[in-house]
Design a protein around this ligand. Sequence first.
Ligand code: PLI
Length: 456
Amino acid sequence: MRSLAEPYKIKMVEPIALLSPEERRERIMEAGYNTFLLRSRDVYIDILTDSGTNAMSDNQWAGLMLGDEAYAGSNNWLHLEATVQELFGFRYVVPTHQGRGAENLISKILIKPGMYVPGNMYFTTTRAHQEMAGGSFVDVIIDEAHDSKRDDIPFKGNVDLAKYEALIKRVGPEKIPYICVAVTVNLAGGQPVSMANLRDVYALSKRYGIRVIFDATRCVENAYFIKVREPEYGDASIAAIVKEMFSYADGCTMSGKKDGIVNMGGFLATNEEDTYRQATAMVVVYEGMPSYGGMNGRDMEAFARGLREAMSFPYIRHRVEQVGYLGQQLIDAGVPVVRPIGGHAVFVDAREFLPHVPQGEFPAQALAAAIYEHSGVRTMERGIISAGRDKEGKDYAPKLELVRCTIPRRVYTSSHLDYVAEAIIELHGERDRIGGLRWVYEPPVLRFFTGRFERL
Ligand code: PLI
């Protein structure tokens, strides 16, 4: 097969520069060995996250000029609302400034203290909102999702129906306001959920009268995996797959900063009038009018256009395959990564990369810092630091201790990814010299964002 070249050409550039090794050593020390605390200008290739780091198209930039910045009833809101209704099939849409704004609304509206919220692996902000509303998250993803080496499972994000039903029987359906199904599953490695599983989860939930709420953040990447891995969908369009996926949900939250291909934005969507009424009452307190929810008119225009662009097969094929291109180089060189490679990121297995660093000395945090120091590439810890502590104050200690190399949409070319691969492969050859870290400052919630460390 010919190489899959970028399905876009570059019209505007943003210069980047590589600091000297001495400067990088100093900068990461000043940042408390936390890549979140580095200054962007000190980073050469930034694969911290795919969130809000997307490059917009000429069509989206043109849309910015049509921003209707009215306080109420903005034209761009009407466009965004109609686009979400058409693409996802939900009746009601509530705008929020980003995904966690929508998570706040749905958690406050539906979760009462003492309730349980099953989900296919936790996500940091999602679980934080569930817990702040008095709920307890329960992981009902298939066991294999916690095993970085199981590469024979095409839909590693699937819900384990037996685990889910056992929870329903244990606590009673009235204690479960909804199941949160993430498509794809970020912390499992960007792993997808099959259409068959979505259908089964919905049917089981309806038997017990439980709502299904999707985390739609990377739903287009999930649709691509369904198209290429689930035989009966091989000829279906991405838009048709997305529409069918969401027919198995009662509502969703979405961070537009990922598959919306914008830099800011989000929404809550639902088919329930009562949930919608409560959300519109609450959105004015936390986000803004129900016709902007924290977004500018121009941002909503770009978001509406971005959602439509995301449904293009050449776009999403290149996006997911570009991630695979980086992953394959690491696999070929013997660097341990989560397999199969997911939709938005390559996750390096830090436990295996640094077997001499115990989890209590934060191998993924140490490895992310070492990658920056070695190459100027910024990645992110997704292990014990991200997992946080439970209500008793005990570390969650997840099985997966990972460094995420997250590819922004339409930003980097294959040669940037070649550089990343070369740097990580080189560092793998020198892994014995990387040691662990200890806390200097640990924040009470979402500690990975602003925590500080020192070398042991
Ligand atoms: O960053 P927000 O508030 O727009 O979205 C929160 C959020 C919700 N669900 C999922 C699956 C996410 O990945 C997510 C945000 N992810 C970030 C910031 C990331 O770096 O992956």
